[in-house]
Design a protein around this ligand. Structure first.
Ligand code: NAI
Ligand code: MG
Length: 338
């Protein structure tokens, strides 16, 4: 039967890549019955709200969404709709796999998974300014929040993922030398949970700055990485660079009340409207969504078609050194599905 799911095209390149992805999913025979909803700038335009009630209601009903990127203004304006959605639906785990699919890049045989804590840390954004003299913004203050319970839950998620997917090691990434409370607690939770998996899944830890260097020098030493919200945001963009860039990196936001699948990248205003964006990150996210609804058969059929398009047909978008458009890339994948 059909599975109701919310579809949010989003901003910038969002509508272009969403159109490409839904075409491919139709050709694949994916079981989703889309409920189209607007959010972000598109939500402001259509409903006067970056996070319209209709969008929330839709996800509350479907518990499942495929989401294009949503633009968040820098500085003032409204709070990130992505962050608010993660909070609203308790999407505590952000799963971000990176895998080499295009040979001949800077790195070969990359196959890593980053698990990002998705609702705590510095992204709770308890922020304010303090006025000194006549400067209202003389001092900026931000407090992060990590809880023992949430840290244990996300680390457990990483270990369970490792077990279920034949992975060997979980690396806990932190800054416990400086942020002794905020990320020391995270490391402590990592050590506690690791004991339960002793003999099955190995555990080690890294300080985030050294980890960033090691990801460039020798990324193969890692397997599954679990880390706090801000570090996970940064490291996942970095890790996408190991496999060809942001056009290759999918993400799954998973919680008890819903799951939202999206690309790691944003709305890419620099290339929006040109029809040249790589739809693969969102297409791979749709693959994660198919696995989530236990259609592994369709997910692997999709992956094979993508690999053949990239590796046999040599059809690639500009970010991967190719020259086809977003729509033509989708067309090439559809040909491989036939
Ligand atoms: P971005 O990820 O949109 O773009 C960074 C660079 O990567 C740009 O040069 C862009 O052209 C390129 N790029 C990204 N996706 C691509 C694709 N599919 N194909 C080819 N090239 C691609 O990051 P930026 O510019 O910092 O952010 C733009 C907006 O997106 C901001 O408003 C930000 O808040 C928002 N954003 C939204 C996210 C979400 O909805 N989950 C995640 C990240 C950013
Ligand atoms: Mg990010």
């Amino acid at each position: 039967g059909k599975i109701p799911a919310t579809l949010i095209p989003g901003d910038g390149i969002g509508p272009e890549i969403t159109a490409a992805v839904t075409r491919v999913l139709d050709a694949l025979g994916a079981p989703f019955e889309w409920d189209l909803q607007q959010g972000g700038m598109a939500g402001i335009q259509s409903a006067g709200d970056p996070l319209p009630g209709a969008l929330i209601d839709s996800i509350r009903r479907t518990k499942l969404a495929l989401k294009g990127p949503l633009t968040t203004p820098v500085g003032g304006g409204f709070r990130s709709v992505n962050v608010r959605l993660r909070e609203e639906f308790g999407l505590y785990a952000n799963l971000r796999p990176v895998k080499t699919m295009v040979p001949g890049g800077r790195y070969e045989d990359i196959d890593l998974v980053l698990v990002r804590e998705n609702i705590e840390g510095l992204y709770v954004a308890f922020e304010h300014f303090i006025q000194v003299g006549d400067d209202p913004h003389a001092v900026a203050i931000s407090s992060g929040v990590n809880t023992h319970a949430e840290a244990r839950r996300i680390v457990r998620f990483a270990f369970e993922y490792a077990l279920a997917h034949g992975r060997k090691k979980v690396t806990v990434v932190h800054k416990a030398n400086v942020l002794k409370a905020l990320t020391g607690l995270f490391l402590q939770a990592g050590r506690e949970i690791a004991k339960e998996y002793e003999g099955r899944i190995a555990m080690d830890d890294r300080i985030v700055d050294a980890c960033a260097m090691q990801l460039v020098m020798n990324p193969w030493q890692f397997d599954v990485i679990v880390t706090t919200n801000l570090f996970g945001d940064i490291l996942s963009d970095q890790m996408s660079g190991l496999v060809g860039g942001l056009g290759m990196a999918p993400g799954a936001n998973i919680g008890e009340k819903a799951a939202i699948f999206e690309a790691v990248h944003g709305s890419a205003p620099d290339i929006a409207g040109k029809g040249i964006a790589n739809p693969l990150a969102l297409l791979l996210a749709a693959g994660l969504m198919l696995k989530h609804v236990e259609r592994d058969d369709l997910a692997s059929k999709l992956r094979t078609a993508i690999e053949q398009t990239l590796q046999v047909d040599n059809v690639r978008t500009a970010d991967l050194g190719g020259k086809v458009s977003t729509a033509d890339f989708a067309g090439a994948v559809i040909k491989r599905l036939a």
